[in-house]
Design a protein around this ligand. Structure first.
Ligand code: NAD
Length: 307
């Protein structure tokens, strides 16, 4: 039997249509245009491509969007000053600083400088605290975990009472996702296990999972015999394993692989996300959803969207 492919690209398209309708309602009923600034430090190719994709999505949704490019040599103070300018700009509702930052800049200090009400990445300690409390306290869900939750729910999987195993405990994926999925809430209420580099028998934990989410950054880490037959497998890993020439543009593009041995897993899992085209498009989509939310919070408008 072959697993169903959960297409992040398709689900993301549906959610973007919902966001577009919500943004139109904001414009027509309240005269508000959601505003997003993406701040890029340096010219790291992966970061440039992520920021470009975020700007493209914002344009397509007719947001007010600004791209701020700062040199690799920018100082911490200059970057904080730049953030503060957007903290005080009423046209901007969401501020995204593309990570990672150069070594001479203290990343957490920069995240802390963003106004928590404009923190559309959901990484500010205030928003992580709100996430921990859950319920009405939550303002912004971190984008990748939020995208993963949407993928699971919209693919028709029930999280309520499910055994969820998350491989990886990073601050941007594993930890916030575990907190989200253990909450007593819709699309959550799961029994969550987080496994990591110190876990003794990784395979045994994974085999118990009704929903297995892998965010380790190790290509092909999860083998087919680690997967419970029929499980829902979400592969978050994006690993550059080589280069190929694009048929469309003739340019060199990276060859991407996930953390799961995809071909073999297809024979065991009930459903699986591909890499690319799985979690990736969802992350950017949830950033757009958070930007609309930020605009709504700023104007005290009740939320109508379901993400
Ligand atoms: P990270 O390096 O910060 O964290 C990886 C985690 O996996 C760590 O907690 C570590 O303990 C665990 N881990 C690593 N190797 C392991 C092993 N052999 N066994 C068990 N646990 C192991 O990475 P991250 O930022 O969370 O990203 C993880 C992967 O997800 C990367 O490939 C990254 O590119 C990808 N990612 C994708 C998106 C997206 O939008 N598609 C977003 C974020 C991250």
């Amino acid at each position: 039997m072959s697993a169903k492919i959960i297409s992040g690209s398709e689900i993301a398209r549906t959610i973007r249509e919902e966001i577009a309708r919500e943004a139109l309602r904001l414009r027509q009923e309240y005269g508000i245009v959601p505003g997003l600034v993406t701040i890029l430090v340096g010219e790291h190719p992966a970061s440039v491509s992520y920021v470009t994709a975020k700007q493209r999505a914002a344009h397509e949704l007719a947001f007010y969007s600004v791209q701020e490019n700062l040199p690799e040599t920018v100082t911490e103070q200059e970057l904080e000053k730049c953030i503060d300018r957007y903290n005080n700009d009423p046209k901007i509702h969401g501020i995204l600083v593309q990570l990672p930052l150069p070594r001479h800049i203290h990343e957490q200090k920069i995240i802390n400088a963003i106004d928590p009400d404009k923190d559309v990445d959901g990484f500010h300690p205030v928003n992580l605290g709100r996430l921990m409390i859950g319920g009405d306290a939550v303002k912004f869900l971190p984008c990748t975990p939020a995208g993963i939750q949407q993928l699971i729910v919209r693919a028709g999987y029930t999280t309520e009472g499910a055994e969820v195993v998350i491989v990886g405990r990073s601050n941007i994926v594993g930890k916030p996702l575990a907190v989200m999925l253990m909450q007593k809430a819709r699309g959550a209420n799961a029994t969550v296990t987080v496994v990591h580099t110190a876990t003794k028998d990784l395979a045994a934990h994974c085999r118990r999972a009704d929903i297995l989410i892998v965010a380790a950054g190790v290509p092909g880490l999860v083998k087919p015999d680690w997967i419970k037959p029929g499980a829902c497998v979400i592969d978050v890993g994006v690993n550059r394993v080589g280069e190929k020439t694009s048929e469309k543009t003739g340019k060199k593009i990276p060859i991407l692989r996930g953390d799961v041995d995809f071909e073999a897993a297809m024979e065991i899992a009930g459903a699986i996300t591909p890499v690319p085209g799985g979690v990736g498009p969802m992350t950017i989509t949830m950033l757009m959803a958070n930007t609309v939310k930020a605009a709504q919070y700023a104007a005290n408008i009740p939320l109508a969207a379901k993400h």
